[in-house]
Design a protein around this ligand. Structure first.
Ligand code: NAP
Length: 301
């Protein structure tokens, strides 16, 4: 998919690196690269940029793949929203990833937390300590400077509502190229998607499999019936729907077999897309948009 302002292309199928275990991060990243994924989504907050970087360097060398053939994103955490903290945070991420430049840098959430080394600053009662001394537009200005410096091809936002995005979009000198939010048939975010299409912003869906939660989209009867009909798995049906409605996506297969499964998708017939679009269940699985504090809502698995 093309990025705005001639910033190149973003592969629609992305591999997400939100994997708590370091060894699993390395093996899953290598497996994803081998399966064909060329788009890797990272974050300072995931605390594993070092492992992702190591796996990517090794995988590129082993597979004879050039740096320019992969697309790497990482994200500015909430404690680094003060403009003077943005470039140092960006450079620290690049050092951990072992890269000289980045394809995409996102503001992880629109919430600024108290600046400092503690990623999760709280008061004695456990309440998040927000930083009221900086606006999102000020942080965006520092993100624009990274593009000016030539070390970051594109910038964008994550975990943001249409209501918060439109004023940033209007005021920005360099418009957001990508918006990353939760999206799947239970949370289609249609209004935001229409805005993105109209403004040439790539809509990047996370949790396209509903984060693997059961019950959830993977076990939805409509999805299962389509999967049986077209001879694909439920995961492949969900990922194909996401791409065919015009979004890029991030998925996190943790084994080589699932990496191959999730990469091997093909177009669904129109009647299947229509059926998925008619699903009425609505469910948000990650509450980060409400507080800036990440985490999927625990469900009965
Ligand atoms: N911006 C944000 O705030 C934010 C928030 C969340 C995520 N993200 C990004 O989005 C990425 C993807 O999110 P996600 O992990 O929720 O994606 P997802 O692909 O919807 O869910 C991943 C889960 O689905 C299961 N799974 C994967 N492939 C499967 C298959 N073929 N069949 C059945 N189950 C399968 C895995 O289960 P097993 O564990 O059993 O393998 C895994 O736990 C993250 O890694 C991260 O990069 C961003």
């Amino acid at each position: 998919m093309a990025l705005s302002h001639g910033a190149g292309h973003i592969p629609a199928l992305g591999f997400g690196t939100l994997i708590p275990d370091a060894a699993a991060t390395i093996s899953a990243t290598r497996d994803a690269l081998e399966a064909g994924f060329r788009h890797f989504d990272c974050a300072e907050r995931y605390r594993n940029e070092l492992e992702v970087g190591e796996a990517l360097q090794a995988g590129l060398a082993a597979g004879g793949i050039a740096r320019k053939d992969i697309f790497v994103t990482t994200k500015l955490w909430n404690t680094n929203h003060r403009p003077e903290r943005v470039k140092p945070a960006f450079e620290a991420s690049l050092r951990r990833l072992g890269l000289n430049d980045l394809d995409l840098y996102l503001i992880h959430t629109p919430f600024a937390f108290q600046p400092g080394d503690d990623q999760d600053p709280r008061d004695p009662n456990g309440n998040i300590l927000y930083d009221r001394g900086v606006t999102l537009l000020e942080t965006w200005g520092a993100m624009e400077s990274l593009v000016d410096s030539g070390r970051c091809r594109a910038i964008g936002l994550s975990d943001i509502s249409l209501h918060e995005l439109s004023p940033i979009y209007e005021a920005a000198r360099i418009k957001p190229a990508v918006v990353q939010v939760e999206a799947h048939p239970y949370l289609p975010e249609t209004e935001l998607l229409e805005f993105c299409k109209a403004k040439d912003v790539v809509f990047l869906a996370f949790a396209p499999l509903g984060h693997g939660m059961r019950p959830g989209p993977l076990e939805d009867p409509v999805i299962s019936a389509i999967a049986a009909r077209v001879g694909k798995t439920a995961a492949q049906v969900l990922l194909a729907w996401a791409v065919q409605r015009g979004t890029a996506l991030l998925t996190t297969p943790r084994t080589a077999a699932r990496a191959r499964e999730n990469f091997n998708i093909s177009a669904l017939p129109q009647d299947a897309l229509d059926e998925i679009n008619r699903i009425q269940t609505r469910q948000r699985l990650n509450e980060v948009v409400k507080t800036g504090s990440p985490g999927f809502i625990p469900q009965g698995r």
